[in-house]
Design a protein around this ligand. Structure first.
Ligand code: 13P
Ligand code: SF4
Length: 337
């Protein structure tokens, strides 16, 4: 069914995604693959996306890997199966390419916890500090930062600075506290957090560990300090995945968003992966933002090339500087090629 562009615009602006009906007989995998070829599009997906999206993506990765993939792609259209700040990062690096996000409402509680106007005031109170911001922030925060980092390179980036360099770390207080401990620093932390990684219950994890004494407990550094304190391994999603592939244990309790379990199970079908329990009975360790993207929305956004990420050029240039710095340092550290 063809829809007039006027109607499409209304649908996208109201809902943040297309909600036209899709013919149920369509094989969406086949259709998406056709659109990829026709339009020279690439699908970049974060590990927290639903399994179908991970399976059809050209590249799956953590935030660092995705930023690098976005910087290197030759495609004309980048379809970002992730959240808004990730698609925004791709646009910052590729001003002449079309960057699509299947659902514009796919935000991030951590990014939202750090509004640029408030952060600017906070920064002004610490004039002799440089700003390192975790990539999970808006372009407005990136533009106020000196270096961007991800969970995969934060420690190396902080360690590369002189020990007496004063630093503000934003927006994730848990990652910041973890890096402070690891690197013997006293960075000033913005008080932000991720709703998914703060939901884990120390009590329930402890009980689960007792029931699975041979399981390794692994956690993302966005988790709270008490949870990280009992972890056998802490790392970004890519680092957690690699750990489960190389460690000889057969069982893992995983404290991060549940989407990563799909990759873990695919790569090690004979191992057991148990999601760490949240502190209530909801599925709160599923990121509600990441999970707004579906295969149907992915198909529609590729077909109609909307919703698209657009950005003011001055903001883009200011936000690009600290991302370029991160990519340059990550290459120097051998973390990316
Ligand atoms: P990484 O992709 O760096 O592991 O971060 C996880 C995350 O919360 C992304 O939103
Ligand atoms: Fe943001 Fe947390 Fe969701 Fe990642 S998991 S997108 S940090 S809310």
């Amino acid at each position: 069914m063809e829809v007039s562009s006027e109607k499409i615009f209304a649908q996208v602006s109201k809902n943040g995604f297309y909600d036209v009906e899709i013919d149920p007989r369509l094989d969406l995998f086949e259709e998406i693959n056709k659109l990829k070829k026709e339009k020279n599009a690439v699908i970049l997906a974060h590990y927290y996306q639903e399994p179908d999206i991970q399976d059809i993506a050209d590249y799956i990765g953590d935030s660092l890997g995705l930023a690098q993939a976005a910087a290197n792609t030759k495609a004309d259209i980048i379809v970002f199966a992730g959240v808004h700040f990730m698609a925004e990062t791709a646009k910052i690096l590729n001003p002449n390419k079309k960057v699509l996000l299947p659902d514009l409402r796919a935000g991030c509680s951590l990014s939202d916890s750090c509004p640029p106007q408030l952060f600017k005031k906070f920064k002004d109170k610490h004039p002799d500090h440089i700003v390192i911001s975790y990539i999970n922030c808006s372009a407005g925060i990136k533009a106020l930062s000196d270096i961007i980092c991800t969970s995969g390179n934060a420690k190396q980036i902080v360690d590369s600075l002189p020990i007496d360099q004063k630093i503000i770390f934003a927006p994730d207080k848990n990652l910041g506290a973890y890096i402070n401990k690891q690197s013997g620093r006293n960075m000033v932390l913005w008080n932000g957090a991720c709703m998914v990684h703060e939901i884990f219950s120390l009590e329930k994890i402890t009980r689960l560990k007792e029931r699975h004494p041979n399981a390794k407990f692994i956690a993302h550094p966005e988790c709270e300090e008490a949870v990280l304190g009992i972890a056998d391994f802490i790392g970004s999603t890519t680092q957690l995945l690699k750990y489960t592939e190389t460690n000889t244990s057969q069982e893992f309790i995983v404290a991060t968003e549940t989407g990563i379990l799909h990759q873990m199970q695919q790569r090690c079908p004979n191992k057991t992966f148990i999601p760490a329990p949240p502190n209530n009975s909801c599925a709160c360790n599923d990121c509600p933002h990441m999970k707004l993207n579906t295969l149907e929305k992915l198909y529609l956004c590729m077909k109609y090339e909307q919703p698209e990420i657009l950005m003011d050029e001055e903001l883009r240039l200011a936000a690009k500087k600290p991302i370029d710095k991160m990519l340059e340092l990550s290459k120097q550290f051998g973390l990316i090629t």
